[in-house]
Design a protein around this ligand. Structure first.
Ligand code: TYD
Ligand code: MG
Length: 462
């Protein structure tokens, strides 16, 4: 294929340069020039609207009411937990990005999914750039998919991949991974932002014109950001991220963007000897087993997507040096700093000279503010060296003024906790069952409006 001319475009000002420069010649910003194919999809080529009008003419418009609203057709993958995050199944012509740490199970999950789809009569193509065909075959044997009819293509050159896709027109194509694919129209190395973006744009265009559902696999770098794939989030229809601790067998798949379904829905899997198995009732998997209650541990009822889950929050508060550390795993560190300030100001609990560590057990990442109360109670419990009573749960958001705000769908959370045998709860007042309404059996509920009140309740429970 003849090499098309490439251009370096500044991501800040849109200025261009024929060769790579460290500093943008137009705006002077450093390291902002990204290579692009002239006439490709980048911002520089969208700047000249008048030229487009001359070249392509102006398109006809239609009002919303004139356009027929058809619901998208979904094909379930047969893996219930994956379908849950996808919003029911794969959508033809839809592009999904699935990200996660190396070794977390992306290839395993997708191989299982495409095999199930193939068995349901949907043609599937698995493009592997990371592993050889033999390695993929080995994995499929390990997964017990000995007679799999899924087609495999070991290829990393974009033009060849698209040509093959175009000739075979599968119902679903997996690109494992987008970072290994390169286009020879760009001089940048495979895996660079320019390559990843250009290749993804071509594959997206192919999906939209052909109706093939395309799944792009993207690796996360050590810093936690997806190298390249972060820049793809806006381009694709659905973004799924794998979470979980590679040391535990549980894996969460979370939808953080979904044009065809709800976000924040999660799918829960367990990694077994024979691949990933869906966990239909995940509410109790993130609890560690303590024979006796221990200081610094509080069970939080969190709501992930449509399902309540119980997650143990652990805190350790210990004498720190001159500059004490605040570290969190699975929880937001800035929010932790804020909660410590609220604890000090409104509840008189001072941790200024202490190291504070908090952890959400099992590698779950909790982003909802309803975790605040549990985090603060865990910190106080560790500081005082006093465990909370057996069967204790908490949830609720805490504001800067020390108020405890309700969490969404509190009744559901409480019922789930009661179902799992929890017996004492400290929750926001608005989440507690109102006087005269039906109580939740087996659960003693302490409703609080302020953080001081929550501390008093806990002290009385000692
Ligand atoms: P993999 O899907 O290759 O991860 P990724 O594509 O995200 O890099 O998963 C690899 C890990 O999963 C590896 O450590 C082995 C483990 N594994 C199992 O435990 N059971 C299995 O059946 C398979 C296929 C893999
Ligand atoms: Mg892989």
């Amino acid at each position: 294929m003849a090499k098309e001319k490439t251009l370096f475009v500044c991501s800040e000002c849109g200025g261009t340069s024929p060769k790579w420069l460290g500093k943008c010649p137009s705006c002077g910003a450093w390291n902002t020039l990204i290579e692009q194919v002239a006439g490709g999809s980048g911002p520089a080529n969208n700047r000249f609207g008048t030229q487009y009008a001359a070249l392509a003419g102006v398109s006809e418009l239609a009002t919303l009411s004139e356009i027929e609203a058809t619901d998208v057709a979904r094909t379930p993958t047969g893996l219930d937990e994956l379908d849950r995050v996808l919003g029911g199944g794969i959508v033809s012509g839809g592009v999904t990005l699935i990200g996660g740490d190396p070794g977390i199970g992306k290839s395993t999950l997708l191989l299982q999914a495409v095999d199930a789809l193939q068995r349901a009569g949907q043609n599937a193509l698995y493009v592997t750039g990371e592993e050889s065909g033999a390695q993929v075959a080995l994995r499929s044997r390990r997964l017990g998919l000995d007679h799999s009819q899924v087609q495999v293509l070991a290829e990393i050159q974009l033009e060849k991949i698209i040509a093959t896709l175009d000739a075979t027109r599968p119902a679903i194509a997996v690109i494992d991974s987008i970072q290994t694919v390169y286009s020879d129209q760009l001089t940048s190395a495979p895996g660079s932002v320019a390559q990843v973006r250009e290749c993804a744009a071509h594959l997206t265009r192919f999906a939209k014109t052909s109706g093939t559902a395309v799944v792009l696999v993207g690796h996360v770098t050590k810093e936690g950001a997806l190298a390249g794939p972060r820049v793809l989030e806006h381009m694709v229809d659905t973004v799924l991220y794998f979470e979980g601790d590679t040391h535990s067998s549980f894996r969460l798949v979370r939808a953080i963007k979904n044009r065809f379904g709800a976000v924040n829905e999660i799918g829960v899997f367990a990694m077994t000897e024979r691949g990933l198995k869906g966990v239909a009732n995940p509410s109790a998997i993130f609890l560690s087993q303590h024979a006796e209650p221990v200081p610094g541990s509080v069970v939080l009822v969190t709501l992930e997507g449509t399902r309540p889950m119980l997650v143990e929050i652990q805190a350790l508060v210990d004498n720190g040096g001159p500059s004490p550390r605040r570290l969190s795993v699975g929880l937001d560190r800035d929010r932790l700093a804020m909660l410590l300030a609220v604890l000090h100001r409104h509840a008189g609990v001072a941790c200024m000279d202490q190291d504070v560590f908090v952890n959400a057990v099992g590698g779950v990442r909790i982003s909802e503010p309803a975790a605040d109360l549990a985090v603060m109670l865990a910190i106080t419990s560790s500081l005082r060296g006093k465990p909370l009573p057996r069967g204790f749960i908490a949830f609720g958001e805490v504001g800067l003024a020390g108020e405890v705000r309700p969490a969404p769908r509190g009744q559901e959370r409480l019922r789930e906790a009661a179902k799992l045998g929890f017996s004492v709860a400290v929750v926001p007042k608005a989440n507690a069952p109102r006087k005269g309404t039906k109580e939740i059996e087996g659960l003693t509920i302490h409703a609080v409006e302020r953080i001081e009140e929550a501390m008093d309740v806990v002290r009385r429970l000692d």
